[in-house]
Design a protein around this ligand. Sequence first.
Ligand code: ARG
Length: 442
Amino acid sequence: MQNFDQFIGSFSFDNRLAEVDIAGSIAHTKMLIKTKIISASDGRKIVSGLTSILKDIGKGWKFPEEEDIHYAVERELIRRIGPVGGKMHTARSRNDQVVADLRIYLKQEIGIVENLINNFQKVLVEKAGENIDVVMPGFTHLQPAQPVLAAHHLLAYAWMMQRDRERLADCYKRTDVLPLGSAALAGTSFNIDRQYTAKLLDFENISENSLDAVSDRDFAAEFVFCVSLTALHLTRFCEEMILWMNPEFGYITIDDKFTSGSSIMPQKRNPDCAEVIRGKSGRIFGDLIALLTIIKSLPLAYNRDLQEDKPPVFDALDNIKMCLEVISEMTESLEFVGERALKSTEKGFIAATEIADYLAKNNVPFRAAHGIVKDIVLYCRKNSKTLNELSIEEYNGFSKIFKKDIFKYLDAKNIADMKTSYGGTSEKSVLRQIDNIKQKLK
Ligand code: ARG
């Protein structure tokens, strides 16, 4: 390795902060003018120089490579307006500058991720509404448990996403703290006005401790954790899509464009998009561990290790955005095969709990009812019958309490609809859920 400058540099991955870096510098310069630390005419030259760079970036112009984006902007400014450009860095250090940049950047991106989550929620809620009549087995341990509405199942993910969005909104509050004015680590002897800079940059708060401010990356770690949990939620959904697309289940179809074929097996429609989203979670979790490990054990205040914060933050950000876009489109194309899902409820004695509840409602202690129904299921297994296929006489062989109305309790849709408790899977409860979550959506 000969090129140590490149080794310690960060330009290759921090140049995406160019715009926010310039925005920060413009605000800082305006503050220097207001506080008379620099003259208004020098300040104006700096601001217009920075603005011209910003315009050129917009047209596709690229910075020559420097150690990092902060040096790149300053050198370019001095090239354009002369040595007066060097006054911009008065009462500032790259240490407070870089973390201010990252905060400005993440504040914008948090909003974008929140919107993408909101969109995915909308798709889920819409699909839930469209499929309100679809009944499918609900599982525990991936074994048939009790019938649920497919809409209820989809909405479970909409609520997960709601928590994710609220978590990001909370993370935003702690990101919305301006470190500028902390300088290298100790603050500055210039008579700066930090509140003014904060106002210009639309920050709610300014940091209280300069040592903490320049070395704090909690907000970044929190952000990557937030998106890690979102990624984790997406993997659960993708896993279910993959299962439900399997012909053994056959509950759903998705548009072919989200699947791919095989180079050898002509019949294949593999759920690649869902699998890639599931896989992407691995690198996003890796980003979280990388970031935590970079920050761990660092003595106060700034250490160059902190420069390595950006690749994991950007990687987690880019990937969660892609995943959210893909999953929303894929879910939009999702169609339920209602009769297959319903057919599946005939397997696995899925009405058993309902029969036990029937007995319990007729004064049999639930534990005893559980035992009776266990025997009924054993009997069915032995005689290769379903619960539906038993006669009332057979039921009465196990308990005299059973009346003919028991058969009403064996129908999957009825069973689901009897779960009228708040948050349950009855159609009425699910429609209320749809109303409730719609009120949370933008
Ligand atoms: N490129 C550096 C970073 O991303 C900027 C801060 C450098 N500060 C310093 N004292 N070397 O963290």
